[in-house]
Ligand binder design. Structure first.
Ligand code: HEC
Length: 124
């Protein structure tokens, strides 16, 4: 009996911890990329510029450019796409890569996909 009581208390505490850490949906929560969804987003939108590198965009196979991008880290890259790049070193990208119906997660996934295609990994 004692054991069962101790176990249920442990479970309740565990759940409380889980909810207090995982819940709330804080905006700064770390995103996990889904390259499969990213490919769909890329194929639908980003491909227009990023396949061959139109207007200064980094082409998908331009490893050097993607390494330069990756050096910014995922968080900064994500923000750059969300806000757009109005005065970039190479060109201009509209807010959300001009994808008005993309969620923040969609944009994150597309970045993860493109980095993967370029064979480059970015830090946080
Ligand atoms: C109309 C063309 C165009 C489209 C569409 C486009 N981009 Fe870009 N993107 C650019 C250009 C140009 C740059 C280079 C800006 C610079 O000089 O740094 C860029 C830069 C980037 C960067 C690097 C950020 C930086 O600071 O330079 C990322 C990441 C990126 N694009 C992701 C995306 C994603 C994801 C999509 C699709 C949702 C997308 N782009 C759609 C033109 C485009």
């Amino acid at each position: 009996m004692r054991k069962i009581l101790a176990l249920s208390i442990a479970i309740v505490i565990g759940m409380a911890l889980f909810i207090s850490c995982g819940g709330g949906g804080s905006k700064s929560a770390k995103l996990v990329g889904n390259a499969e969804n990213g490919k769909d987003v890329y194929d639908r939108v980003c491909i227009a510029c990023h396949m061959t590198g139109v207007a200064g965009a980094a082409a998908l196979d331009n490893k050097e450019r993607w390494e330069e991008n990756a050096a910014m880290g995922m968080k900064a890259l994500h923000l750059a796409v969300i806000n757009g790049v109005p005065d970039g070193k190479y060109g201009v990208m509209a807010e959300r890569g001009s994808c008005t119906d993309c969620s923040d997660q969609d944009l994150y996934d597309a970045i993860v996909y493109m980095l993967g295609e370029a064979n480059v990994t970015a830090g946080e």
